[in-house]
Design a protein around this ligand. Sequence first.
Ligand SMILES: Cc1cc2nc3c(=O)[nH]c(=O)nc-3n(C[C@H](O)[C@H](O)[C@H](O)COP(=O)(O)OP(=O)(O)OC[C@H]3O[C@@H](n4cnc5c(N)ncnc54)[C@H](O)[C@@H]3O)c2cc1C
Length: 399
Amino acid sequence: MPEIVDVVVVGSGIMGVCLAYELARRTLRVALLEAYALGSGTTGSGFAWLNATSKTESSEPYFRLNAEALRRYETLVLEHKAESLGIHSGGTLYWARNSEAQQVATLRRRAERLQVLGYPYTTVNAHEMEILEPSVRFRRVPNEDVEGLYAPADKWVEPLRLIRFLANYARNHNAAIKEYCPIESFHTDMQGRVSMVRAGGVEYATRSVVLAAGLQTSALIRLLTSNPQSLQSVPIKQIPGVLVDTAPQSAEGQMRRVLYPPDSGGLHFRPTASGGLLVGADDTDAIAHGESLDTKRLSDIGKSLLVRVSDWLPQLSLLETVKGMSTYLCMRPVPQDDHPIVGALPGVKGVYVAVTHSGLTLAPLLAHLLAEEIMLKQIPPQLADYRPDRFLQIPHTSK
Ligand SMILES: Cc1cc2nc3c(=O)[nH]c(=O)nc-3n(C[C@H](O)[C@H](O)[C@H](O)COP(=O)(O)OP(=O)(O)OC[C@H]3O[C@@H](n4cnc5c(N)ncnc54)[C@H](O)[C@@H]3O)c2cc1C
């Protein structure tokens, strides 16, 4: 006998788990099916910075979606407490050297945009930055003129802790959370509506399926249907990133925030829950995009990132930190136009997709909105720009 559920969610990254949480709390019967362990896809290995401040140059609706997502996190924190969710407030601190005109212009432009968009921030001087992060050396030389921007609403999160908490909540609200349970097949009825999902030898009878499988979403669509429009409506790029995770630092070297120092390669770092550092940079991500990296090359990139960080953290013992570091390559699922793809999949009734970049930031809000849509059969206005069928529209040609 098949198990009867209202919704099958495929994938237990941040997107799938947030959906299971949102659907289960609305008393729908949910089965969350994951091919491996909870959070074993991209979610477990990203930088996990919850922010809107890096999106000031994106479209205004997309910036506002991210800002609203941060407010959604505030709601989660009020309901469940930050410690249980693994959410760390503390904000983001960007700074620039006044001798570098380009850096200062970028910092001020970000501040202007945040002002216009109504996102909380303050400009800070060197002394104020030193109070915020006493272990950081903000000036390279004594009395160097620097200026900073502090955005207190940004946060960072421990992804696996968040996922486990939300999955447990869903389980306690009657959701079936199945790990090591890859999808074997989908079945549709005579009307072209999804009717059954088979996974791990079990059949789930359902009238709604959400594909939240990150990079594997296209493969699942191929398993579901041969309709070319279905596949065409979920174009996903695979964008690599390199991160370095270090062993715990000494107590006096501890920080609290996400830091963006004046580094032309987009260096960024933050503390980890175990007291170490997590480090990435835009220029090393670009290297990973351009060449395939063997273990030695990856480790060299990791060391070079830590050398750059040591410019700003005088307490950092490079020798010790390099010994305890782990450098890894991970892949981001990024929709072709960089914006979320959330909503009904063209071609198969009852199937929805939810794939996005910045998923740690956006998933709680996107899942909340998609759960509303599934319940009420109405598209929330915030999702109107992000429908899968936008990729099917034929561009107007000028005569
Ligand atoms: C280097 C890097 C840095 C990042 N930094 C940030 C950041 O600072 N802030 C931010 O917001 N975002 C960041 N991101 C992006 C963010 O991590 C992703 O957007 C997010 O994790 C995607 O989550 P997801 O649930 O869509 O996908 P995933 O986490 O990949 O989850 C998909 C799940 O589906 C499962 N699955 C696949 N196929 C099947 C199948 N056939 N059957 C069952 N299950 C299946 C997979 O096993 C996987 O667990 C970063 C990403 C990277 C790589």
